[in-house]
Design a protein around this ligand. Structure first.
Ligand code: 0CM
Ligand code: SF4
Length: 346
């Protein structure tokens, strides 16, 4: 899978803001969630257990650095299961897969390891249940995102994707008395609520999901960046361009008072010009981002005079998931049910 390259700053950041208070507000929680940690460890364990290469359908999580590091260890990222040699191991990414993909892998005799985040699987189950009860499912999410393809694929004839609040004004349904909304796990909470408000204005009997589909990690990172953004001249979000939750953090920061906000994959993409006249820099990272990348941004900011770092903590996270079931037995046949946490890893 090709890794996009971006132009990089050649010189280290300079201390240009002059005297005055320079500080960093570091949002917390940020970075790895429990589902990402589990998915990355699943690939590492599969490599350890079965040896390289291990195939992964799509990016295991939407982060260039993570993908590049796993490639170095022997993972091969493919777009579809028909690129995987028959009989080989294939890991399904954290974003989930449709039953059609599961069947294609099985028809090919692949040994699948399902690293779908359990919180994505929960939404799949909701889709199956509402489809069985003959509901029309309005799936709020971004068309083309892997998670949306996977969830919609559980009941394609029952699902309509709603991409934005504006689409809520024009979407048509068969029977307005039997409609439910579900969502992608990594959306903006505020924008999703606006979409729901506009859907409900048109379909008053619209049912809510049984529990929040936008996951705890997405919500917590948005709450933290809102608190940081109101005091920030500049917000830097570490995360990849195809990471929905990371991109949402930039938007949320701008909506909540940040004077400017940018997303970077790596510290050397931070531009000197962004720091002009800036006293307070907010920093955060998406749920698929290893902490080492944030640390590099902090190191570069320190070199530019932003050495005073204050954590802004709005929640504690301790959710953990156990490994995918296909990896729970060690080579000697012993079960490994240890739970994994949302640790920050390099
Ligand atoms: O869904 P998104 O694009 O935000 O994915 P990600 O890999 O950046 O983050 C973790 C997840 C999931 C599902
Ligand atoms: Fe799971 Fe949420 Fe992390 Fe996605 S962002 S992997 S849904 S915990």
């Amino acid at each position: 899978m090709p890794v996009p390259r971006v132009p990089r700053r050649r010189e280290p950041l300079q201390d240009i803001a002059g005297p005055g208070r320079k500080r960093v507000l570091l949002a917390s929680p940020r970075g790895y969630c429990a589902g990402v940690d589990r998915a990355v460890i699943a690939v590492e364990k599969a490599l350890e257990r079965f040896g390289a290469p291990v195939y992964v359908r799509k990016q295991i999580v939407h982060n260039i650095h993570v993908v590049t590091e796993l490639e170095k260890q022997g993972a091969i990222f493919v777009e579809e299961v028909d690129e995987v040699p028959e009989g080989a191991h294939v890991v399904f990414s954290a974003h989930g897969v449709s039953p059609a993909v599961v069947n294609a892998a099985s028809d090919r005799g692949l040994r699948a390891i399902d690293a779908t985040c359990p919180l994505v699987t929960k939404v799949h189950r909701e889709a199956v249940r509402f489809a069985r009860d003959d509901f029309e499912i309005l799936l709020i999410g971004h068309e083309g995102h892997e998670e949306v393809e996977g969830t919609a694929g559980e009941a394609p004839e029952h699902v309509t994707v709603v991409n934005s609040p504006d689409e809520a004004d024009t979407i048509e349904v068969r029977d307005p008395s039997k409609v439910v909304w579900l969502s992608q796990t990594t959306l903006s909470v505020d924008e999703t609520m606006e979409t729901v408000r506009r859907l409900r204005a048109r379909f008053p009997q619209l049912q809510d999901p049984p529990s929040d589909d936008i996951c705890y990690a997405t919500q917590n990172r948005q709450v933290a960046i809102k608190k940081v953004a109101k005091d920030a001249d500049l917000v830097i979000v570490v995360g990849s361009a195809n990471s929905s939750n990371s991109v949402r953090l930039v938007e949320v920061a701008l909506e909540h008072g940040a004077k400017a906000a940018y997303r970077v994959d790596y510290a050397d993409e931070v531009e000197q010009a962004w720091l002009e006249g800036v006293e307070t820099v907010g920093v955060t990272s998406g749920a698929s981002v290893p902490e080492v990348l944030v640390q590099q941004v902090l190191d570069d900011l320190a070199a530019a005079g932003y050495r005073d770092v204050e954590q802004v903590r709005t929640a504690e996270e301790d959710l953990m998931f156990s490994l995918p079931k296909e990896l729970r037995q060690d080579a000697a046949g012993k079960r490994d049910d240890r739970a994994l946490g949302g640790r920050s890893r390099s």
